[in-house]
Design a protein around this ligand. Structure first.
Ligand SMILES: [Zn+2]
Length: 238
């Protein structure tokens, strides 16, 4: 049965079948087995306004993740999938690395939370490496990079380079960004002196397709439903 159809039927049943005497109470042992299983699972969502090909996704994702062991992948509808990993190392990589792509769409992984339906989970964050170009050497130190990273999202890691001094052609920060917000293109710095404001340019590594009109991930400018976005000049195109 189609997962979308099941979800609809379950919602209908909740309205009429709510007799507490006709309910199974789970034992502690049953719950423990389920909780142990949750530790091997992740829920993934493909950010696309169109329904993706589930069979192709199930076939290709183990290769995309370069998993060392088998992964059982089940569709739960609405471009959402449950992954059961036989290797916990594969699971940890799927969660902490990326961004992952399927057919140029972003795939977001999240840890399942208890008894919640995977389809009701919110997938609004990804960790991504961001390059900061045009940073003067004087500002290339950890405290200031943390401050700059905080303007993009929540900082996960700072690439300190081989000698641990944060010096290089550009700074590199891994940040958890909110996928619902437009991507930030730059950070303006005012040094509180007479000099002109400084513009730090942001380059996102391994970014999937995004909307050049509104700057958000998960759709193209042709699919954009943001009435405020400029679909002619495509301000995020460059
Ligand atoms: Zn858009």
């Amino acid at each position: 049965m189609d997962p979308d159809e099941i979800s609809r039927l379950v919602n209908d049943l909740k309205l009429y079948h709510n007799d507490p005497n006709d309910t199974i109470n789970l034992e502690e042992e049953d719950i423990k087995i389920e909780e142990e299983r949750l530790l091997r699972c992740l829920v993934a969502k493909v950010l696309s306004p169109k329904a993706i090909n589930r069979d192709a996704f199930r076939q290709q994702m183990p290769r995309v993740l370069q998993s060392e062991k088998r992964i059982i992948i089940e569709a739960t509808g609405d471009n959402t999938f449950v992954f059961e990993f036989l290797s916990l190392r594969d699971r940890a990589r799927a969660l902490s690395e990326g961004p992952w792509h399927f057919s140029r769409n972003l795939v977001i992984f999240k840890e399942p939370t208890g008894w919640n339906n995977p389809r009701s989970m919110i997938f609004d964050e990804i960790p991504i490496w961001v390059q900061l170009h045009n940073v003067p050497i004087a500002l290339m130190h950890e405290d200031l990079l943390l401050k700059l990273g905080g303007k993009i999202g929540s900082v996960v890691e700072i690439d300190k380079g081989e000698n641990g001094a944060c010096l290089g052609r550009f700074a590199r920060i891994r940040v958890r960004i909110n996928t619902m917000q437009p991507l930030r293109k730059c950070i303006r710095i005012n040094a509180m002196r007479d000099e002109e404001d400084l513009y730090i340019l942001l380059v996102y590594e391994r970014l999937p397709d995004f909307c050049y009109a509104c700057g958000r991930l998960g759709h193209s400018h042709r699919e954009c439903d943001d009435s405020m976005a400029d679909k002619v000049n495509l301000n995020f195109g460059a």
